[in-house]
Design a binder for this molecule. Structure first.
Ligand code: CA
Length: 398
């Protein structure tokens, strides 16, 4: 990975972010009804950048080291041994679950064609449709009070939580039909290989990642008293209304209804609390902070594609390069990322802020985060994204 442009110019910002990473803030206790109503009245003023906790800078490679190559039976025996030792799960039980698991060709095929790889003009209509907007507004109305409580406690807007559930599972209608054990078993021991040497390291790391997820599924079953053999999820092993992987379920899911268990399959209170907690703890969500705005490109601006998704420039710097936010309310020192999209009406430019980055921690893709954002705006009734997708007049200068 090469150095990102202007990273050297931002040591102060980086040290802030690293500091925030090393010393996470203690959890905030749930506010009383009075405090909650005050909080919701004060959410319009974002915290100044200089005093704000920024999301942690991502590591150079979030995936684990590749595993040593060995024959399948030997690899499975090592997995059983290691998982039993690490999580205190009975080795005979793990062995019997794996013996009954199926390696599925359909999972390997699905893994090889992610929607996020499509250009924005083809990706967007999958999620920004009248049916999904209507579904989101109905869902929001049905769960208004529960969502408002989570929003006032965490600062994560109700419409963002709803949009995540809408994009992930069509509001809980499609939480996945693959046995989670089969999905993780397949990807843990037969991760699809393209044969392209340039991709081999990533594929090996992905396999190691899924082996870790399969191990954590056994830990999760023990901790949450779930029969892992009955769980259904996506082809990648993501579970419940918000599609949590086992590691995220264990680390970030929260008990929203206080019954002592975390049930992401049946309890909407647990689902809402878990998604919000994920945004705050994993994404560093800033209460009241901006997410993304359309940018105007000056005719002489240089084209460039940022490496990665972390906002490591500022609005002022990007403005100096010819990309200005089409909203007056964004502070010049706001950390920002240039987002280029190939839309239906041509090239679009946007500025993504820390809260946009937070959405990408849910699924590492600018297309995913933009779809969630645009769906959330439509659900909240602020935008009608289906009315006009044309580029604003003179915005692109090209
Ligand atoms: Ca619960």
């Amino acid at each position: 990975m090469t150095a990102r442009p202007l990273r050297k110019a931002l040591p102060f910002m980086l040290s802030l972010a690293l500091g925030a990473c090393a010393t996470p803030a203690p959890p905030t206790p749930a506010p009383s009804a009075d405090e909650a109503s005050q909080a919701s009245e004060t959410t319009t003023e974002p915290t100044p950048v200089a005093t704000r906790k920024r999301p942690p800078v991502p590591g150079t490679n979030p995936l684990p080291d590749p595993l040593p190559a060995m024959p399948l039976e030997q690899a499975k025996a090592a997995f059983v041994r290691d998982t039993a030792a690490k999580y205190g799960v009975d080795a005979g039980y793990i062995e019997s679950v794996l013996a009954n698991a199926d390696m599925r060709e359909s999972i390997i095929k699905a893994m090889s064609r992610p929607a996020e790889a499509k250009p924005w003009r083809d990706y967007r209509p999958i999620f920004i449709s009248q049916a999904r907007i209507d579904g989101g507004q109905a869902f929001m109305a049905r769960h208004r009070d529960a969502l408002a409580r989570v929003e006032s406690r965490t600062g994560v807007p109700a419409e963002i939580i709803v949009a995540i559930i809408g994009v992930e599972t069509s509001y809980g209608a499609n939480t996945g039909s693959y046995p989670v054990v089969d999905a993780l078993y397949t990807l843990a021991f037969a991760y699809p290989r393209t044969g392209d040497p340039a991709k081999a390291d990533r594929e090996n790391r992905r396999e190691a990642f899924f082996r870790g997820e399969l191990a954590q599924l056994f830990a999760l079953g023990k901790e949450q008293r779930l029969d892992v053999t009955t769980l259904k999820g996506s082809y990648a092993g993501a579970m419940g209304w918000g599609q949590f992987m086992p590691s995220s379920y264990r680390e970030f899911a929260a008990d929203g209804n206080g019954d002592g268990r975390i049930d992401l399959f049946n309890s909407t209170d647990d689902v809402f609390a878990s998604i919000a907690n994920y945004f705050v703890e994993k994404g560093g969500w800033t209460r009241g902070g901006p997410i993304t705005v359309r940018a105007m490109r000056a005719p002489d601006a240089r084209d460039f594609e940022p490496e990665g998704l972390y906002p490591d420039m500022t609005v002022a710097q990007l403005g100096g390069m010819g990309y200005r936010p089409m909203a007056a309310s964004i502070a010049p020192d706001e950390p920002a990322l240039l987002i280029n999209l190939d839309g239906v009406s041509g090239r679009e430019h946007w500025l993504g802020f820390d809260n946009f980055y937070a959405i990408t921690r849910y699924n590492i893709s600018k297309h995913y985060a933009m779809a969630v954002y645009q769906l959330s705006e439509a659900i909240a009734g602020r935008e009608n994204p289906l009315a006009d997708t044309a580029a604003p007049a003179a915005a692109d200068g090209a």
